[in-house]
Design a protein. Structure first.
Length: 112
């Protein structure tokens, strides 16, 4: 009788294989998905902080680049405040354009 563990010599390996299969299935359905989600969150946060850092460094480089260009024709004191004025105006116009486009107008809705 193969269902009786006392007469079946392969009952121990079959039982171990069944346990391994069931535990692996439960792990795949729970732990693997949770670990994938945690990895996505961690890598997403790292990418977000890296993006913010890169943006800050880009803005600093923009200010320094404009100052270096203005140093050619102006003294250093004047090139600093003129560069702040120029880059500030650039950001202001970019903000104004973004504010204007935040709500679609009737013309925009008709063309879309």
């Amino acid at each position: 009788m193969p269902g009786n563990p006392l007469t079946d010599p392969d009952w121990a390996p079959k039982l171990a294989d069944t346990i391994v299969r069931v535990v692996g299935s439960v792990r795949d359905k729970t732990t693997t998905k949770v670990l994938t989600a945690y990895r996505g969150i961690v890598f997403g946060l790292i990418a977000a902080f890296g993006g913010v850092l890169a943006l800050v460094l880009l803005i600093i480089g923009l200010f320094r680049g404009v100052q270096a260009l203005l140093d050619i024709g102006l003294d250093h004191h004047n090139s600093v405040w003129v560069s702040y004025l120029l880059v500030g105006a650039l950001f202001t116009f970019g903000g104004l354009i973004a504010m204007k486009r935040r709500f679609p107008t009737a013309d925009d809705a008709a063309t879309a």
